[in-house]
Ligand binder design. Sequence first.
Ligand code: SAM
Length: 241
Amino acid sequence: MRVDVLTIFPAYLDALELSLVGKARSAGLLDVRVHDLRDWAHDRHRTVDDTPAGGGAGMVMRPDVWGAALSDVLTEGATLVVPTPSGPTFTQRTAEDWATREHLVFACGRYEGIDARVAEHHRARGVRVEEASIGDYVLNGGEVATLVMVEAVARLVPGVLGNAESVVEESHSAEGLLEYPVYTRPVEWEGLAIPDVLMSGHHGKVARWRRDQALARTAERRPDMIAALDPTRLDKRDRAT
Ligand code: SAM
């Protein structure tokens, strides 16, 4: 998968050199390219913004600078992602969908955001444009939102995680539940013991305990997720829990 990020703060994206994403890049599973938007500005001050049409506070990012950058970076079939607090919420389903795409281009806004014609123009040209919010709060720029989205997508790209099984039972997986609590050695710590069943070696009992815990935890913390479960996928014991 190829990922391009356009930003006026390329250093924010240095974190993509670390950990699993960094390893996936070294292994050739991910081709991540970070660009300085100012390279496409056309004045001596490398200006990328101007005052808002209609007046008001702050500055808006210029469409001509974005247009020039995007026409150099977008490839045929690429998806243009525009992080914005006014977009639909990015979820695990979004990550699963984007993990199947070949080329994602992230346009990191700053100030009051990017001139609305940038998304409109590219949509009209047939580019798949995804505006996405990472939550109901406002950040200073799209860089942190891009880090969140790239990490969530990258770990679903085949080969990026050492153990593909680990995404199956995770919180927010297709199962629709939060994950059960996890433990490791020492068996006893600060007077707290690992639940006996996890030390029993009985795979069936461990699986049932984990499912019960996942259901109870989801019911307590996220009743909205319980309400959204497909009843045909619940067994008798699930319903009792
Ligand atoms: N004036 C905009 C509004 O009220 O919708 C907020 C602009 S914000 C200060 C600057 C940039 O940060 C946005 O263009 C976007 O790229 C990014 N951003 C801020 N909050 C975000 C969020 N919750 N999700 C995704 N991107 C966000």
